[in-house]
Design a protein around this ligand. Structure first.
Ligand SMILES: Cc1cc2nc3c(=O)[nH]c(=O)nc-3n(C[C@H](O)[C@H](O)[C@H](O)COP(=O)(O)OP(=O)(O)OC[C@H]3O[C@@H](n4cnc5c(N)ncnc54)[C@H](O)[C@@H]3O)c2cc1C
Length: 553
């Protein structure tokens, strides 16, 4: 074996969600573990995220809903997922059986988790086995000061300084519609202020999850290093035996786990695998450049689902490219009184579908009719009630009008002229939509039929929370493009998270999880948390397999 500068039992590349889960398993098994993070900040895209973990049959839903079973979850995944390399029935079965144990394991190791919401339905909740309540788990808000000196090394989240559960934080956006939500808002403000007065500084969502994971890992004796980009997987006799970093080489006695994110920030790889998409539309951090995709392919790994991304539509409001999080458009077109049209003024999808499917639809439509960007078209009802990209229109109205971002006209024909489509086309689209709203059924795309569509709509709007007429002037439009929050393709792995070659053989010593691996869900996003859930679960599975420990891990 080559001379190495250092040796650990378990070497983890990247500090994503599954990295910490795997290292905790290794420490429990009495093995040494090092996490090597390329950037100066640990936590990856996971820390920037909502931190939602999709886990069917988790302990929280089981306690509340006796009809939640592994069989039900498998039925659902079988109904919605495609069989692709990396997404096999065996892998999905492993996910369904191991993910709840992973949650129990993390809780046992001090990572405070809870049911993220009682109502956050699966994205295809009307499919067999779908859940119309909630299968999600989130971390409890976390006081960042508990990290001590490590706090400065945790990648910031998008709700740092806020002591609230993500679900509550999202709900208070409609506080102008309900006294209960106003009270909830006041409670969140008060508990945040009280925490600050007591010297605490909370975060929530993905930063709370990764803050808690980092804390648990450090406590368990995991070695965590920043500014340690892995440039090479070192192979001897067909086995991965270590890695190279700028600071030297590290041998891995048991194995190497790649949890190094995706390639969303690498425009050349995007052009090759997902043409028509742009790195600047991605919400991923700077380190998401696919280094380990290239390296795993170099040593013979089969790569798959490379054309898939966790699409997340965004709107390009002035300053959109300066923000830490790109302005979301998911909730715009899912709200009543709003639809999405292509550049010919025609509606082409259920605007309340999963964000992944939404962006797939945009790119597909764009092959026949220009649809990048598309237009979110709404009226004065919408403008009075809901935000655009998380901001109330009145706040930036003049600037948005002056820069041309916000299109506005007193008539539908006038709006059509501004977005460059034929007036009769946009008029026909809106008349048809209004007739669907009146009938209570979207006869074209069935928007509003699923509980998920209703969740994305407005609970205070009736009779259907997702359907509202577009009929009150002025009329508005803003652009929507197919952004993303990750790529979703990578190395093909088996049910033990081992990396495979194209002939199905295992590359000994090499495991992968998260978006470094091809998704277990085969081009589909079954519910909120369908990226972090598999990252955590297959990190957990990889370490158990490599350490040779069973479910007591
Ligand atoms: C705003 C937002 C909200 C989201 N909300 C959710 C959500 O609620 N639930 C959900 O499931 N998904 C969500 N996503 C998507 C999700 O966050 C990501 O898909 C997921 O976190 C990817 O996790 P990972 O473990 O694969 O890798 P990451 O968390 O991205 O970690 C990979 C790490 O590897 C590092 N790395 C890269 N190359 C190297 C190298 N050569 N050497 C060493 N380290 C390297 C990177 O710098 C990075 O820190 C959201 C994303 C965003 C941006």
């Amino acid at each position: 074996m080559a001379d190495f500068d250092e040796t650990f039992d378990w070497v983890v590349i990247g500090s994503g969600a599954g990295s910490f889960a795997s290292a905790l398993v290794m420490r429990k098994a009495g093995k040494s573990a090092v996490i090597l993070e390329k950037t100066g900040l640990v936590g990856g895209t996971t820390a920037k995220s909502g931190g939602v973990i999709w886990v069917p049959n988790n302990r929280f839903i089981r306690a509340a809903e006796p009809d939640e079973t592994p069989e039900k979850a498998l039925t659902y995944l079988q109904a919605v997922c495609g069989d692709l390399p990396g997404s096999t029935p065996a892998k999905r079965a492993a996910y369904v059986s191991e993910a709840p144990m992973m949650i129990d394991f993390l809780i046992d190791h001090g990572v405070a988790l809870e049911r993220g919401s009682k109502f956050w339905p699966d994205y295809y909740d009307d499919a067999p086995g779908g859940c119309n309540t909630s299968r999600i788990v989130t971390a409890k808000p976390f006081n960042l000061k508990e990290l001590g000196a490590w706090r400065k090394n945790l990648r910031p989240g998008f709700l740092d300084g806020f002591n609230a559960r993500l679900d509550d934080g999202m709900r208070v956006g409609l506080k102008h519609k309900s006294w209960r939500l106003k009270l909830l808002y006041l409670k969140l403000v008060a508990q945040t202020a009280l925490g600050r007065a007591l010297g605490k500084y909370h975060t929530t969502a993905g930063a709370a999850l990764q803050g808690r994971m980092l804390q648990a890992a450090l406590k368990a004796g995991v070695e965590v290093r920043t500014d340690s980009a892995v440039s090479e997987l070192i192979v001897e006799q067909n086995r991965v035996v270590g890695v190279a970093t700028p600071h030297g080489t590290i041998a891995a006695r048991i194995g190497v786990l790649v949890n190094a994110g995706g390639f969303a920030q690498n425009q050349a790889m995007r052009d090759q695998h997902m043409p028509g998409t742009r790195a600047e539309w991605s919400n991923t951090p700077e380190g998401d450049t696919g280094d380990l995709h290239t390296e795993m392919a170099r040593i013979g790994a089969q790569m798959a689902q490379m054309d898939q991304m966790v699409g997340y539509q965004l709107t390009q409001m002035p300053g959109w490219d300066k923000g830490y999080v790109r302005p979301p458009a998911q909730s715009i077109t899912g709200k009543p009184h709003c639809i999405l049209v292509d550049q010919s003024g025609v509606r082409y999808m259920n605007e309340a579908g999963s964000y992944e499917l939404y962006c797939q639809n945009m790119l597909e439509r764009n092959k026949s009719v220009p649809a990048v960007p598309s237009w979110a078209v709404f009226d004065a009802h919408y403008a009075g009630d809901y935000p655009v990209g998380g901001v109330r229109i009145e706040k930036y109205y003049q600037m948005w009008r002056d820069t041309g971002y916000l299109k506005q006209a007193d008539t539908v024909d006038g709006l059509a002229a501004q977005i460059g489509c034929a007036p009769e086309s946009l008029r026909a689209t809106i008349d048809r939509w209004n007739s669907f709203v009146d009938a209570g059924v979207d006869a074209d795309f069935n928007r509003g039929a699923r509980r998920y569509d209703q969740w994305l709509g407005d609970p205070f709007h009736g009779p259907n929370p997702a359907l509202g007429r577009i009929d009150r002037a002025p009329f508005y439009a803003v652009d929507v493009v197919p952004g993303d929050v990750s790529t979703y393709g990578g190395a093909v792995t088996d049910a033990d998270a081992r990396v495979l070659r194209a002939d199905g053989s295992v590359i000994e010593g090499l495991y992968a999880c998260g978006v470094s691996s091809a998704s277990v869900f085969g081009g589909v996003y079954p519910g909120a948390g369908a990226s972090i859930g598999p990252s955590l679960t297959f990190g957990y599975i990889a370490a158990k397999h490599a350490a040779g420990v069973g479910n007591s891990a």
